[in-house]
Structures are given as structure tokens and as C-alpha cells.
Design a protein around this ligand. Structure first.
Ligand SMILES: *Cc1c(COP(=O)(O)O)cnc(C)c1O
Length: 355
């Protein structure tokens, strides 16, 4: 039976990425050595890092004056690293979920945090609108895709101050106007690579403005200057990221990928809305095209366990919802193809027929 990977993260990667990385683990760039044992200072690996940075710039149309950095520490490290480097007195944050509130908690260590709006009271089922961003904030931080709650901000909010975004779970899913941001960060394990590396896009002239001292490793300027080679980078995840980026270029870039993503999400949401057993949890206008959250309709609640087992036994892996939402979550990142969505839809239809 074919298995489809709906895990939220680490999550599905393209066969292109997996196959090429496996080959390089056996023999990297014709060196006769494994990617796992080669020096990061070798010319072969430096070429990988350079190409990964260049291809990120190409795919996301990163303007002049911005740098692309690959770092360890996960997106969670960026929750403190961003304010460490950018927050002098006050910053504005939008609270749209668990990751956003984790970012808020860390930022509070560094200055005054103005939480402009929160949907916590409704268990983050929607993205707040019509809030005011103070013009004297150093930046406005938001999470573009709320991986756990299945909501997404696919258009930048109007802001009088520069934007900072956690794009861990929707980076490369669509074009982004980078010029509106001073910083974008994304853990790799959703749309890019295995866990272990974080992608950072940072505007150089936004740095060096805070008066505090920044430890060397936590200062973006260190890693910009050393081209992501200040210390040993996570070589295998960076190599895998490069394969994914090459694959994205072959697919026609992020605009072409967005079209595929919209069609995939539509197919699944249409079934959720049609099927009498299920309902979506996120407000329709804020639905994520990466993480699709749904539950059993109230009158079918007792079927939840049974559907979970039925889906798993039909090859649908990782469809269980996060504990803070319950029900089900299908993560349909870039590497998920439409046949996987169709397979899940078919499983939902046959479960409906049986009940
Ligand atoms: C997964 C995720 C994180 C956490 O990433 P780590 O690499 O585990 O620190 C943060 N933000 C978002 C939006 C995520 O999806």
C-alpha cells in the first residue's frame, strides 16, 4: 500500500531531495567521501552553501541589501535572536498561536512588547484583523502560517514599521514581497530539509542599531560576514535544502508552486465542507494552504478514534491533530502531490459511506 506523509514537521520531502541526499551521503560530489564526513571548508561543500544561498535569493526574489543565512538552533532560537538583534525599546507582536506566543515570551526579555491582538480566547481559530500597530515600534512580528491551528496570513498586514516573520511552515509555498521585511526566519523541517537548519533572510541595514552587546554566535552580522560558515554548519540538512531548492526551480519557482498548493488545499477543504461527518476548525477566510485542521461534526464525535485508525490503516500517515486542537490535521506541504490529497479525500468519502 502506498503511504502518504501528512506529518506536520519533520515532514514530507520530495523524492528528488531524498534520493540526491542519499547519494551524497554515500559519495559526495565524486570525492569518494560521505557528505557526513567531509570538511565544511572543502571547496565542494563551500560550493553547496554558496549555491543554497544564491538559489534562495533567486527563488524568493530577494532584493539587494538582504542576506541569506543558514543557521542551527531551529526557529525557536530565532524567537530570542530576532529581538536580541532588532529590538531597542519596543516591538509589536501579533498573537496567532503557540509559536507566536512563544516568540512573544522570549521578546519580552529584551524590551517592551505590545501584543496588538490575539485570538487566544477562541483557541486561535482565526487571525485577528483591524488592530493598530504603533508607529514607534522597532518592528512588527507575526507568524505567517500557524502550523498547529491551520490559519495563515497570506498577505502582509499594513504596517507603519518593518515586518519580521516566522515563515517556518509556509516559506517557498508562495511568492513574498521581501522588501516589506527586515527579517524572515524559517526552520527547515517543513518545506525545505530535514531538521537541523534554519533559513534566515535579513536586511543588512537593520542590523547594528541596538545598543546592547550581542554574543558573537547570536549576532546575525557574524554569520553574514562568514557566509554561514562562522562555525560548522549542519552540512547534511544544508545539502538537502539545496536539493529542495533545485527541485523548486525545476517546478517553475514559487509562483508555480503556489498554484499547485491552492489547488491541493481547495480539494481537501471542499471535501471537509461537503462531507457530513467533518468540519474545519479554522475561520474559512484564514484557512492555511499548508496545514488543514478538521474535526468530526458534533453528532459524529464518537467516530473520531475510528476514523483515525481507518485513515492510518489506509496509508494516511500523521493525520492526527495537535493535542491543543484535537481531531485531525493534514499537513500538505510543497512536497505533497495532489494524488496524496485525492487519496485522503477518498478515505474520507468511504468512511462517510460506511457510517
Ligand atoms: C515548527 C515551527 C516552529 C519550531 O521550529 P523548531 O525548529 O522546532 O524550533 C516555529 N514556528 C513555526 C511556525 C513552526 O511551524
Amino acid at each position: 500500500m502506498k503511504k502518504y506523509n501528512f506529518y506536520a514537521g519533520p515532514s514530507i520531502l520530495s523524492q528528488y531531495t531524498i534520493k540526491n541526499t542519499a547519494e551524497a551521503i554515500a559519495d559526495f560530489a565524486g570525492t569518494g567521501l560521505s557528505l557526513m564526513e567531509i570538511s565544511h571548508r572543502s571547496k565542494e561543500f563551500i560550493a553547496v552553501m554558496d549555491e543554497a544561498r544564491a538559489l534562495t535569493k533567486e527563488l524568493l526574489d530577494v532584493p539587494q541589501g538582504y542576506d541569506v543565512v543558514f543557521l542551527g538552533g531551529g526557529a525557536s532560537l530565532q524567537f530570542c535572536m530576532a529581538p536580541y538583534n532588532l529590538l531597542e525599546t519596543k516591538a509589536a507582536y501579533l498573537d496567532t498561536g503557540t509559536w507566536a506566543s512563544n516568540a512573544i515570551k522570549e521578546a519580552k526579555i529584551f524590551g517592551q512588547i505590545d501584543v496588538v491582538a490575539s485570538s487566544k480566547e477562541s483557541n486561535y481559530t482565526f487571525i485577528p484583523k483591524n488592530y493598530l500597530i504603533p508607529a514607534d515600534a522597532d518592528y512588527f512580528h507575526f507568524t505567517s502560517n500557524n502550523t498547529i491551528f491551520g490559519t495563515e496570513l497570506r498577505q502582509e498586514p499594513d504596517s507603519p514599521v518593518p515586518l519580521v516573520a516566522d515563515m517556518s511552515s509556509d516559506i517557498f509555498s508562495r511568492p513574498v514581497d521581501i522588501s516589506k521585511y527586515v527579517l524572515i526566519y524559517a526552520g527547515a523541517q517543513k518545506n525545505l530539509a530535514p531538521a537541523g537548519v534554519t533559513l534566515i533572510i535579513v536586511r543588512e541595514d537593520a542590523l547594528g542599531k541596538v545598543t546592547r552587546q550581542i554574543p558573537t554566535m547570536l549576532d546575525y552580522r557574524t554569520h553574514i560576514k562568514k557566509e554561514s560558515m562562522f562555525n560548522t554548519p549542519p552540512c547534511v540538512p544544508v545539502y538537502a535544502a539545496l536539493q529542495t531548492l533545485k527541485h523548486y526551480r525545476e517546478l517553475g519557482g514559487v509562483a508555480a508552486i503556489e498554484k499547485l498548493n491552492l489547488a491541493k488545499a481547495q480539494l481537501l477543504y471542499d471535501e471537509i465542507d461537503r462531507n457530513r461527518l467533518f468540519k474545519g476548525t479554522a475561520a474559512p477566510e484564514d484557512r492555511s494552504i499548508m496545514n488543514v485542521c478538521f474535526v468530526m461534526n458534533d453528532e459524529y464525535r464518537e467516530l473520531e478514534d475510528e476514523f483515525g485508525k481507518f485513515a492510518a490503516s489506509s496509508g494516511m500517515i500523521g493525520v492526527k491533530g495537535h493535542r491543543s486542537v484535537g481531531g485531525f490535521r493534514a499537513s500538505i506541504y510543497n512536497a505533497m502531490q495532489i494524488d496524496g490529497i485525492q487519496a485522503l479525500v477518498d478515505v474520507m468519502k468511504s468512511f462517510e459511506k460506511a457510517h
